[in-house]
Design a protein around this ligand. Sequence first.
Ligand code: 6GU
Length: 236
Amino acid sequence: MFRVDIITLFPQIFAGYLTQSLLAKAIDKGLVEIHVHDLRDWSVDEKHHKVDDRPYGGGPGMLICVEPVIRCVEAVQSLDSRPALVILLTPQGERLEQRGVESLAQTGRLIVLCGRYEGFDQRVIDILKPHELSIGDYVLNGGEVAAMVLVDSTIRMIPGVLGDECSSWDDSFSRGNRLLEFPQYTRPPEYRGHRVPDVLVSGDHKKIAQWRQEQSLLKTELRRKDLLIPPADPNT
Ligand code: 6GU
């Protein structure tokens, strides 16, 4: 059972996502367990459940305070005997890519911290030493959408989550594959003068495989030349 604990100031954001889609099925099948925790429940301010404050030295916005985060992560860690990899979602993090997704799927347990406002007090990072991740070079209003991206991409790598009918084996970025997918067609054979390529209805499987390979390469050259350059080997 793969376990994810999400810590957020906006737990309601996850409600729809958790009850719909492939993830709901994976939860039903007992392959994945997801718990969402409201950071405010660990506030040290009993009255207003405040968890943020103004930065020392001035500047715009508010920071998430260190005490509630540490209290929450420690409480959540102890909910399961397996130690979790702690992830902090921030635009300052290392960019999440398929290779990273595949290694997250191997861990078995994640605690995901979603940032908001101007971010966290630096001591959150100094104390927890989380794995800081970003989902790309653009700014989101908070880590919640990034958490869904992380969970969505990770759980589909867990054996049994995808049905036999849709495997991740051929995915564009899986197992070091760095080619975009070839175009696919279904009925009708012709629509508004646009015909399905003859090769696909030829029944010649060797030719079909060759055509698909060519199309993948062509599309990748056209759209994502960067993918054709092998990524730097982290061991060299
Ligand atoms: Cl993880 N958080 C925020 N706030 N913005 C982002 C991001 C994360 N990844 C890309 N942009």
